[in-house]
Design a protein around this ligand. Structure first.
Ligand SMILES: [Ca+2]
Ligand SMILES: [Ca+2]
Ligand SMILES: [Ca+2]
Length: 185
């Protein structure tokens, strides 16, 4: 439960990109370079409705994941406590930093749980590849390790994004504040 936010966000993104690839030529089929459509096929941008749905889901999952006392307010202390638990659980080598293998394994464990008995598919493989790319984006100094500081920097940005009115707490009020464009890591 404590990790549902990122997973759901990811699955949403995967669903959107699956829509995109359904309309684009398969990359598995070699396409002659002279076919302009193949290179210019644009990725459809999410519609405003899709973006609104993603934001609503982000918010709902934010509360599911971080409002541990279920009082409708996510304090920074609650948030930090959950994040700390995830970090410790992911750091299976207990060296205080996350390797790519640790980071991807933690994600893969959660993703596999959502598949239960279903066979792993292309979306699964794409999601794992995306986890590796997320690792690279969080590893700002590119030392192939996510330090606690790098991890906490992402956590701070995520909280800040949810705390739209910037009062240091995430509540229902934040949902009515116009959103800035989500930052990319
Ligand atoms: Ca709370
Ligand atoms: Ca690093
Ligand atoms: Ca707030």
């Amino acid at each position: 439960m404590a990790t549902r936010l990122s997973l759901t966000t990811l699955l949403m993104a995967t669903a959107l990109s699956a829509t995109a690839s359904a309309q684009a030529p398969s990359t598995a089929v070699p396409v002659p370079a002279t076919t302009p459509q193949a290179e210019e096929a644009p990725r459809p941008r999410p519609t405003p409705e899709q973006i609104a749905a993603m934001r609503a889901r982000f918010r709902a999952n934010f509360f599911t994941q971080y409002d541990t006392d279920r009082d409708g307010v996510v304090t920074r202390a609650e948030y930090d406590a959950v994040r700390d638990g995830v970090f410790r659980r992911t750091d299976t080598g207990h060296d205080g930093a996350l390797s790519e293998a640790e980071y991807v394994a933690e994600f893969e464990g959660r993703l596999r749980a959502t598949y239960a008995d279903k066979p792993l598919d292309e979306a699964f493989r794409r999601a794992i590849a995306q986890a590796s790319r997320r690792f690279e984006s969080i590893d700002r100094d590119r030392d192939l390790s996510i330090s606690r500081a790098e991890y906490d920097a992402v956590a701070a940005r995520t909280f800040d994004r949810a705390d739209a009115n910037k009062d240091g707490r995430v509540t229902a009020e934040d949902a009515s504040v116009p959103h800035a464009e989500p930052r990319r890591n």
